[in-house]
Design a protein around this ligand. Structure first.
Ligand code: GAP
Length: 540
């Protein structure tokens, strides 16, 4: 894992204000990081596609996770038991037997409260709505706005000011969650996009599971199936298979990455809340008595991992949950925390990037009960239990506890895009993407200064060498068109860390110019040394 150096941290602090999300989204489109899905048909709400650079950026983040978590067992760290951390991979289906989702609680309980506005026809997540009234005024009209949405807050403030016939500021209002209002108070509440009061419906539950039908002749009642809302359950249902067919013993983890689907009521904030997204999940199984120690280990290691990829400044925080935030599977006293990033649209607040939860034995017990397997799903631990006459433990049968670090790949990519975006009026592009070299989709670019005198041939030779050595990590670009300044500018916007230029001197003395993205500094090195130079800079 790379170091979390201060140099990698490019923060937008509360003092400097948030970066513009519109500008970041515009660069993402312009440079082929992210496109709206089905754009030529007007798009489809809550779905995003990755262009060439975005697809590689996402792959690099997924590969970094896979390498560090699965292949190196937490980068070779020892766990709280003093042993190397053992993780094995899995790749389970998106569609499973519907009983999986009944057992996990998703069919019955995976609901968001939502409110509709009869006037504006808008739909809102009820737990994201806040109400404001004039300070100390308990009878006047209430104006609803969307939490962490400055525009919506300002609109409500303006409407309240008009109603009170006064110029109101932030300090002149009281705010509270809309879910806390009584039906009488809701009747005098004006929706975020409405003019009249009383047009918001009471909160209603909305199941987030995407339903589909299995088979050509199936009907929705008898042949319904669900797209998975998390990859985690695919792991729980194979816990016994993995134990029985591999040589792993507790404590160990099973990891997988893959798509999950949630019919979010209000998908928004670019890719942050999408209806189709990818997760990177680990279910780490251990003896109940060791769960606390493993929870602390995973929480701290996952935080350090994100920091190591350049999210190292004050934009990243670790937040332990309050007891009233616990998920349905979490027990009182079992730890749950979020690793949160300060996105421009949550600024000055934070949004969840990864959750680390002590899920106790909830899921394994649920599957034991619903599958009818009962105690057969328990783990037999030959290293525990009372001692037999021969001095050896008799063994203990138990449901392991599970620590779950569950990260969002798309949210990780979004945080990396937001963090990397740096405005710099002193360079031709006006902006550059300061990606950590490990995730940068383009690792290097090779340019012939001009299209003559053997320079294109030399550039092609170096490009071929670098692609052979580094092509599995990202693009090695080459470009002969336009001025060298314009080519550097394009690479700055794409976040390419190093450009190598072949010029007249290359042909006489075998050296090339290296231009470094962040400092724009240039130096000359021997063309033969370029692979070693790049390997060192990429931390290989
Ligand atoms: N297995 C536990 C679980 O799924 P979660 O907090 O619901 O927990 C884990 O999801 C991670 O998945 C989140 O931290 C977030 O990064 C990502 N995620 C969840 N819903 C998402 C959505 N609608 N769009 C993008 N990412 C999402």
């Amino acid at each position: 894992m790379p170091d979390a150096t201060a140099e990698n941290a490019t923060t937008s602090s509360p003092a400097s204000g948030p970066k513009s999300m519109d500008d970041i989204m515009s660069l993402c489109k312009r440079r082929g990081f992210v496109y709206p899905a089905s754009e030529i048909y007007g798009g489809v709400n809550g779905f995003w596609d990755y262009g060439p650079l975005g697809a590689q950026l996402k792959k690099n983040l997924r590969d970094a996770w896979w390498q560090d978590v699965v292949m190196e067992g937490c980068c070779g760290q020892t766990g709280p038991n003093g042993e190397p951390v053992r993780i094995v991979p899995l790749d389970s289906c998106i569609i499973q037997n519907p009983k999986v989702w009944e057992a996990s609680g998703h069919v019955g309980g995976f609901n968001d409260p939502m409110m509709d506005c009869r006037e504006s026809k808008s739909r809102y997540r009820a737990d994201h709505l806040m109400g404001m009234g004039a300070k100390g005024d308990t009878t006047g009209q209430i104006y609803a706005f969307i939490e962490n949405d400055d525009e919506s807050f300002e609109r409500a403030l303006k409407k309240l000011g008009k109603y009170k016939k006064a110029e109101l500021g932030k300090d002149d209002v009281d705010v509270c969650p809309l879910m806390d209002l009584s039906p009488e108070e809701l009747a005098i509440t004006v929706g975020p996009d409405a003019k009249e009061a009383g047009t918001l419906t009471e909160p209603r539950s909305f199941n987030l599971m995407f339903k589909t039908v299995l088979g050509a002749t199936g009907n929705m009642e008898d042949n319904a199936a669900y797209l998975r809302p998390e990859t985690a359950q695919g792991i729980f249902i194979h816990f016994k298979n993995v134990v029985d067919t591999t040589r792993v013993g507790l404590p160990f983890g099973i990891a997988q990455t893959g798509k999950s689907f949630r019919n979010e009521v209000t998908p928004r904030n670019f890719t942050f809340r999408s209806r189709e997204f990818e997760q990177m999940e680990i279910e780490f199984f251990c003896h109940p008595s060791e769960a606390k120690d493993w929870y602390v280990f995973w929480r701290d290691w996952r935080m350090a991992w994100w920091q190591g990829l350049g999210l190292a400044g004050e934009n990243l925080i670790l937040r332990e949950h309050d007891s009233d935030e616990l998920a349905h599977y979490a027990k009182e006293g079992a730890g749950t925390s979020d690793i949160e990033y300060r996105f421009p649209f949550t600024f000055p607040g934070f949004g969840e990037l990864e959750g680390v939860a002590d899920r106790t034995d909830f899921d394994l017990r649920q599957h034991a009960e619903h599958s009818g397997l009962g105690d057969k799903l328990k783990y037999f631990d030959p290293t525990r239990g009372e001692l037999a006459k021969n001095g050896q433990p008799k063994g203990e049968r138990y449901f392991p506890h599970v620590i779950e670090p569950s990260g969002g790949l798309d949210r990780g990519v979004l945080a990396i895009l937001c963090e990397a975006y740096i405005e710099d009026p002193d360079r031709a592009s006006g902006v550059y993407m300061k990606f950590h070299p490990r995730v940068a989709p383009i690792k290097a670019a090779v340019f012939p200064l001009v299209r003559k005198d053997g320079m294109p041939e030399k550039a092609a030779e170096l490009t071929k060498t670098l692609r052979k050595r580094f092509g599995h990590l990202g693009f090695i670009e080459t470009d002969e068109k336009q001025s060298i300044g314009k080519r550097y500018a394009r690479m700055d916007e794409a976040g390419c860390p190093y450009c190598f230029t072949i010029d007249g001197d290359t042909l006489s003395d075998g050296t090339v110019t290296v231009r470094e993205r962040d400092t724009q500094a240039q130096e000359r090195i021997a063309m033969d040394e370029v692979p070693a130079f790049l390997a060192e800079k990429l931390g290989l």
